[in-house]
Design a protein. Structure first.
Length: 450
């Protein structure tokens, strides 16, 4: 449902009061005091002040309208409908009263009446701010109806299968140098072939699904799983695979969504278990208006390697982030800008050579929809990682800077089928030469959704 708060509606209250039509005999001092209380977020006090005068002032347009919005913001939608209907009886074209009457019916769960009033507001050519409010409420009505259907029909299922192929210029994320100078020994070390950049073609297979089960209005349980396999044409040592799962709860109310979940996964290389991941995540999304969405997230994960040699890389990772999406050109959403900023820490749990790591990063991007079936996107990501332990072999404390550039398209060439093409370039700079590399990747993937 749309969250009932007095403060965000101050601009709307002022807007419609300024356009009110009719003659009012209500005490100017009484109305002024009520407006001040509402502007201060004290809707209940304003309601109590006005309702005490209802018996003698009912029928006065400005009094009835102010009483209606005070009742609504104070949590008395049933009382608000009586006052607002009196306003409309005097002035049927009072856009503010009709909008708030729609809100009142929505708060009472009468979606049909709410939609009727909101559609009527649209026909009055309201100001842009009021029009956006109507759009949000109509979207909330559709969401509420969908939730009611879901409650009646039970769990909802979705799934996908995908297959693709491509080329990777650096399948092992390694330096292109065959020898590395080690200051501790004062000599150049010869690297094994597996630690030197290798390129290859690849093909991928992936699939997954999710079930969502409504527990009550606005609250859902979800569970999902995914699996992916990437095989190289020649360098099979670097074949990878993964299986992952998630369970959690999603709470939605109006323009806000909160998710809390548990995540887990197993990752394989060359058909052998490489590492396990187990964690918890939380996300809060807030629709500021029809054109802007904010999201904040936090994750904690424990990463444990299976091989005793690799187990020195075990870490506990904590990351928090914030994201912003903005639709250009109005609510049609043809072009979307997005930005993300995150920071976190990797805590060394098993004597990692470079110790703990502080990381800070972000990504900016754009997506443009040419039609309902075709869109293109591009993004740039940057990340800095600073370690806190002096590397004994290289006699320095490691510092990394990574840049990641991606671009591609998504084409829905028939219902439930899509083709995704992507090109990506990654560059990692480091003050320790063995960790420096660049990588380019081209891929084409076809996907079927169920």
């Amino acid at each position: 449902m749309i969250k009932r708060t007095a403060a965000p509606r101050r601009w709307l209250t002022a807007l419609v009061l300024a356009s009110a039509v009719g003659t009012s005999h209500a005490s100017p001092e009484l109305l002024s005091q009520a407006r001040e209380l509402m502007a201060a977020g004290q809707a209940d006090a304003a309601y109590q002040l006005l309702v005490a005068e209802e018996a003698t002032r009912a029928g006065e347009l400005e009094f009835d309208y102010l009483l209606g919005i005070a009742a609504l913001d104070a949590g008395h939608p049933e009382m608000a409908t009586l006052s607002l209907e009196r306003v409309l009886a005097v002035n049927p074209r009072h856009a503010g009263a009709r909008l708030d009457l729609g809100r009142a019916w929505f708060a009472m769960g009468d979606l049909d009446r709410a939609e009727t009033e909101l559609r009527a507001v649209q026909g009055l050519n309201p100001p842009a701010a009021a029009s956006r409010a109507v759009t949000r409420y109509l979207a909330a009505i559709e969401q509420r109806r969908a939730e009611e259907i879901a409650l009646r029909t039970g769990p909802q299922w979705s799934g996908y299968l995908a297959a693709g192929f491509g080329y990777d210029s650096n399948v092992n994320n390694s330096t292109d140098q065959s020898t590395i100078f080690a200051p501790l020994f004062g000599v150049n070390l010869q690297l094994s072939a597996t630690n030197v950049e290798s390129d290859d073609g690849f093909f991928t297979l992936a699939g997954g699904g999710q079930v969502t089960y409504p527990l009550r209005e606005g609250l859902k349980f979800y569970a999902g799983a995914d699996a992916e396999r990437r095989n190289l044409f020649s360098e099979h040592t670097f074949d990878t695979g993964s299986v992952s799962g998630r369970v959690g709860l999603e709470l939605s109310e109006g323009n806000e969504v909160f998710r809390l979940g548990l995540d887990g996964g197993r990752y394989y290389q060359d058909d052998r278990l490489n590492r396990d991941l187990a964690g918890i995540s939380a996300e809060w999304r807030h629709s500021v208006d029809a054109d802007n969405l904010l999201a904040f997230s936090a994750q904690y994960a424990a990463v444990r390697y299976d091989d005793a040699v690799l187990a020195t890389n075990d870490i506990d990772q904590s990351v928090i982030g914030a994201s912003w999406l903005h639709a250009l050109g109005g609510s049609d959403g043809k072009t979307i800008l997005f930005a993300n900023l995150y920071g976190g820490r990797e805590d060394d749990t098993n004597s990692r050579a470079d110790g703990n790591k502080d990381l800070l990063g972000g990504r900016i991007g754009i997506q443009h929809s040419y039609s309902d079936d075709l869109s293109a996107f591009a993004s740039l990501g940057l990340q800095e990682g600073d370690y806190d332990r002096r590397n004994l072999i290289f006699l320095t404390t490691r510092e990394d800077q990574m840049a990641d550039l991606r671009a591609g398209f998504d084409w829905g060439f028939k219902p439930d089928w899509s083709l995704l093409g992507q090109i990506a370039y990654t560059r990692n700079d480091s003050n320790i030469q063995i960790y420096e590399y660049d990588r380019a990747e081209l891929s084409l993937t076809v996907r079927r959704d169920f």
